[in-house]
Design a protein around this ligand. Structure first.
Ligand SMILES: [Zn+2]
Length: 199
């Protein structure tokens, strides 16, 4: 089945979207994503189609992403990047970015290969940066209502508002190495870094 066209900043954001959102067919299954297929540009915008297969119902779903930053298609040698924009994601909400931060940081901690662990560490830090982009009011420690795209995300805010404290996120970020230092040390020609979650 085709799953429409979505706007992503980068190929990495597209893959994160597919990893955090369940299969649209059965609404629960985790999906495995294949390699992106580059489609012809439209009006100068790069497009890529990614096919996923659901681990629960085996549904095959194709999603087309329009990428506002086509430099993300450059391959494995580029430093990890999700979005160069200061604006928050249209695809992944604040709660999902925080989940991706936690899951990716845990994967980095488990990763025995140092280079791969560094890459995952950068990816985790980038997910935290994406979450912080939603906080638009310095007087409010919690993100605005439009930072939540899904009912389950809103429920998580009601159940665990402490998880969304901006002060807490900034303190977590302060414990990480500087992002540019991490990015320089993590550049690897050997591996397409955005596929880290297909294991
Ligand atoms: Zn499914």
């Amino acid at each position: 089945m085709a799953d429409g066209v979505r706007q992503a900043h980068s190929l990495a954001e597209a893959y994160f979207y597919l990893s955090i959102n369940p299969c649209p067919d059965c609404a629960t299954g985790v999906r495995d994503a294949g390699e992106g297929l580059r489609l012809p540009d439209v009006g100068g915008t790069a497009r890529v189609e990614i096919e996923t297969t659901c681990r629960s119902c085996n549904a095959v779903v194709r999603t087309v992403f329009e990428l506002s930053d086509s430099s993300s298609l450059g391959g494995g040698q580029a430093a990890p990047m999700i979005s160069r924009s200061d604006k928050p994601s249209h695809l992944i909400d604040v709660a999902q970015w925080l989940t991706l931060f936690r899951v990716t940081a845990e994967a980095a901690a488990r990763e025995p290969n140092k280079q791969a662990a560094r890459l995952k560490g950068v990816e985790a830090a980038l997910c935290l940066e994406e979450a912080l982009k939603f906080y638009d009011d310095d007087d409010n420690d919690l993100p605005p209502g439009d930072a939540f795209f899904k009912d389950e995300s809103r429920q998580r805010l009601r159940d665990h508002p402490d998880q969304f404290s901006r002060q807490r996120l900034i303190e977590m970020r302060a414990k990480l190495p500087a992002l540019d230092v991490m990015q320089r040390s993590a550049q690897s020609p050997r591996r397409a870094w955005w596929r880290f979650w297909r294991r």
